[in-house]
Ligand binder design. Structure first.
Ligand code: BG6
Length: 524
């Protein structure tokens, strides 16, 4: 007879977990990071604070350099001053800034001018030689999206994109979303990128993928035996994926007017959360295998048939409202927004994944701007037990278990189940078991942008989009967008909702499924 050795119950010291180096899995190769759009918002608000944080933790490549490029006529010193201002770091955080700033350089650039790229190439090669970097370069496109094809093409023509058998080091390009405006433009953008770069050189960023709690979804599902057997249509009633925002469009009307919530949040962050929640286990935790499973999941999205949009999609746009006594403008009053704009700032969509595991299970995807609160989470609602022997005790059906993967504001996992409440009578009430990241892991936290920069320098594609995924995601959304925007589905209204509320009334029945606690007692 087979005898099994008893396993000790895991404690933090014998858990069997590999020890994790917090900032880097092994030494980083030397590298120059070249940022296009270096005087822009993304560079100041996200990239520089992330780089500075890595620097303070001795986690930037050594040797290395950061070179900003843009139309503004900075010199190296004025660029360093500008970045210090734009990154809004507190005085107490700036102690090591001068040391960090010595690695920052600036090269002015006219984006469509070949001569500019020749000067850039000379500057980069000189810097590379002086610092002994060995030719490795990451080109980060932090420009408006219309410049992506221009910069990529120019990098190709100037020879900067070429890696020659590794002799002169590797070259990589980082592209931020949006990856096109629809399926056709995404294919075109990709074709242009591929004229200068190989697929292995291209890193398509989605910062949601680098959030710790989002990275944890696959670990949670596939490193624990407990949930996966229940993770299907047999036990799950519905899934909710929520990215509610309290901020409005801010100063991004130029982009948002042409994008709207479906392009801004669904064709990227929400689709990735959906794929991570619904995909099959890959054979190994390896980038291409994970991407393969995600693509299968996108391919299984059931198209919303013509004439059925109104049953599966609710769109809204915020109007003037208030929060905590502060009045908030409506979307059409925001600077740069057309006063007759029909751009949706809220969408709630019910989608189905047509495969063996998920057939018939609704996935509710919701995102909106200027809602009552910022909440990002995945809700997995389990079915009720098949037979309630407690019917006479509770006087009705028992509520199903609920698992919530909290991404914001609290990074947590909570599980709600029924328990007997104390006392002589047999009473049941829902109770919640909660795991809070911040309580369990008290050390430093790694910002999503720091993580993607590190992964790109290391050449790890795990947390980036692959082009087939981008195209499959657009293939699902583009026909929906076309029908919405050409108004060929007149039954699909754009519902107004007050800024600071929980979105349009028409969505409240569905919203209660995924935000019940938050909505109770607030705006409803
Ligand atoms: C961006 C969108 O990709 O994600 C923004 O363009 C949105 O409109 C933001 O506000 C939300 O990100 P996060 O990390 O704050 O949830």
């Amino acid at each position: 007879m087979e005898t099994r050795q008893a396993m000790p119950f895991p404690s933090p010291t014998n858990s069997g977990a590999a020890t994790c180096d917090f900032f880097a899995a092994g030494p980083l190769p030397p590298c120059t990071l070249v940022i296009f759009g270096a005087s822009g918002d993304l560079t100041g608000r996200k990239l520089v604070p992330a780089l500075y944080d890595l620097f303070r933790n001795n986690s930037l490549p050594q040797p290395g350099a950061v070179v900003g490029c843009g139309r503004t006529g900075f010199g190296h010193h004025s660029f360093r001053d500008e970045l210090r201002r734009a990154s809004h770091l507190g005085a107490d955080e700036l102690q090591r800034w001068p040391e960090f700033a010595a690695n920052l350089f600036y090269q002015p650039l006219v984006y469509d001018e070949p001569a500019s790229y020749q000067s850039l190439a000379r500057f980069l090669l000189q810097l590379d030689k002086e610092r002994g970097i060995g030719g490795n370069m990451v080109f980060y496109l932090a420009t408006p999206p219309e410049l992506y094809p221009v910069v990529a093409t120019m990098l190709g023509r100037s020879g900067l994109s070429r890696q020659e058998n590794g002799e002169k080091g590797w070259r990589r390009i980082v592209v931020e979303k949006p990856f096109g405006h629809d399926l056709d433009s995404a294919v075109l953008l990709d074709r242009t990128l591929h004229q200068s770069f190989e697929e292995s050189q291209i890193f398509r960023i989605d910062h949601y993928l680098a959030k710790e709690t989002v990275q944890n979804i696959l670990m949670f599902r596939f490193a624990n035996a407990l949930f996966e057997p229940l993770w299907s249509r047999s036990y799950i009633d519905y899934v909710g994926i929520v990215a509610a925002e309290s901020l409005g469009v801010e100063h991004r009307a130029g982009f948002y007017e042409n994008a709207g919530v479906l392009r801004d949040m669904f064709q990227n962050h929400l689709h990735q959360l959906l794929a991570l929640t619904a995909m099959e286990p890959p054979p190994q935790f390896e980038a291409q295998m994970v991407q393969d499973e995600k693509s299968k999941c996108f391919r299984s999205l059931k198209p919303l048939a013509p004439g059925t949009l109104h049953e599966n999609l609710i769109l809204g746009q915020y109007q003037a409202g208030s929060r905590d006594g502060e009045s908030l403008p409506g979307y059409r009053q925001e600077p740069g927004v057309d006063k007759d704009s029909v751009t949706p700032t809220f969408a709630m969509m019910r989608v189905f994944i047509d495969n063996w595991r998920w057939r018939g299970v609704p996935f509710y995807l919701v995102s909106g701007k200027r809602l009552a609160d910022k909440i990002t989470r995945i809700v997995v609602q389990f079915k009720q037990v098949p037979h309630s022997l407690f019917k006479h005790v509770v006087g009705g059906p028992l509520v199903g278990n609920r698992l919530v993967l909290g991404i914001h504001p609290q990074e947590k996992i909570s599980l709600t189940f029924l328990a007997k409440s104390p006392g002589a009578a047999a009473c049941l009430q829902p109770v919640t078991m909660e795991f809070q990241y911040r309580q369990q892991f008290r050390g430093p936290s790694l910002d999503a942008y720091a993580k993607v920069l590190l992964d790109c320098i290391r050449g790890d594609h795990m947390l980036f989009w692959r082009q087939d995924g981008v195209e499959l995601s657009w293939a699902f959304l583009s026909p929906i967008l076309r029908r919405c925007e050409s108004c060929t589905e007149p039954a699909l209204p754009l519902h107004p909702y007050e800024a600071g509320s929980w979105g349009p009334e028409a969505a409240h029945d569905w919203l209660r499924l995924v935000l019940d606690d938050e909505m109770t007692g607030t705006q409803l």
